[in-house]
Design a protein around this ligand. Structure first.
Ligand SMILES: C=C(O[C@H]1C=C[C@H](C(=O)CCC(=O)O)[C@@H](C(=O)O)[C@@H]1O)C(=O)O
Length: 270
């Protein structure tokens, strides 16, 4: 299905698992798509909306990088929730999708009743680190703008962050590789420039405002995001962190059953 949000065409799919009233909006990560959560969806209850985020999958655009600013995308997704869902909803973001989900919940708190942040962050607090990250992302964007998608994806897949994915079945590795190789390199470059981790606001000072249940997920093999989620849990009034054993950054891909079990276990209490 497609929807026009602030003059941009978004593609999304809807899965209805059962007659449970739960509503989920699932936001994929960088270079992902609505297929990102295929392995975990069968374990969820109710109705699940899966958009391709701006510049990803079938939501391609010729818009400049400024259209990707997180605040613009937050308002796009708020429009999707208001027009196609019955808020407040359950919102689950993975990695880049988690940064977007956090920003959406902070800006539109009435739309979200529960937030799940998988392997995500509230941004970079140090202005020097932010500048360094922006410069790093600009270099990555330059590679993509030169059309070197294969070179970019190969380097990305060899990041330490994704080392555990080399233990996945060849089918699963092929799935995620093809999902990345199927992207538009110019759109990816603009996504990095417009809403990279160094460009987004620093949300850390606002975390204490979130009075809704927040489930924090991190893979036991992902040392960077296990530390980041521990810091977030200390600040969040209703934060609950779970470490997914035998998983790295992408817990829903590497351990879909355990990831879903944690999500549903928390659902029981809320
Ligand atoms: C490389 C780092 O940060 C990137 C890693 C994860 C995020 C992401 O969405 C990855 C999705 C995937 O490939 O499965 C990405 C983002 O938030 O946009 C980060 O830039 C790092 O070392 O933190």
């Amino acid at each position: 299905m497609e929807i026009i949000l602030d003059r941009e065409k978004y593609y999304f799919e809807t899965v209805t698992n059962n007659k449970q009233p739960s509503q989920w909006l699932l936001l994929h990560g960088f270079m992902g798509s609505h297929h990102d959560f295929d392995a975990v969806i069968p374990y969820l209850n109710g109705t699940i909306l899966l958009p391709d985020l701006l510049g990803h999958g079938k939501s391609r655009t010729s818009a400049p990088y400024t259209r990707y600013y997180i605040d613009r995308q937050i308002d796009d997704l708020a429009g999707l929730i208001k027009q196609r869902m019955n808020p407040p909803i359950n919102l689950w973001g993975y990695s880049m999708g988690g940064r977007l989900a956090l920003g959406l919940t902070l800006k539109h708190p009435k739309l979200v009743k529960r937030l799940v942040l998988e392997s995500s962050t509230a941004g970079i607090t140090s202005s020097v680190e932010r500048l360094n990250r922006r410069q790093h992302d600009q270099q990555l964007a330059k590679t993509l703008k030169q059309g070197n998608l294969f070179e970019f994806v190969s380097a990305w897949e060899n990041l330490k962050l994704f080392a555990s994915q080399k233990r996945l079945s060849l089918n699963r590795q092929k799935f995620i590789h093809q999902q990345r190789m199927g992207q538009d390199s110019i759109c990816l470059a603009n996504s990095l420039l417009g809403m990279g981790t160094g460009t987004m606001p620093n949300y850390w000072p606002q975390l204490h405002e979130l009075d809704l249940p927040v489930t924090l997920l991190a893979g036991a093999l992902d040392s960077k995001y296990t530390k980041l989620t521990a810091q977030m849990e200390k600040i969040l009034p209703c934060g609950q962190r779970h470490i997914v054993r035998a998983a790295g950054h992408n817990t829903h891909l590497e351990q879909p059953f355990m990831t879903a079990k944690i999500i549903k276990q928390e659902e029981h209490y809320k």
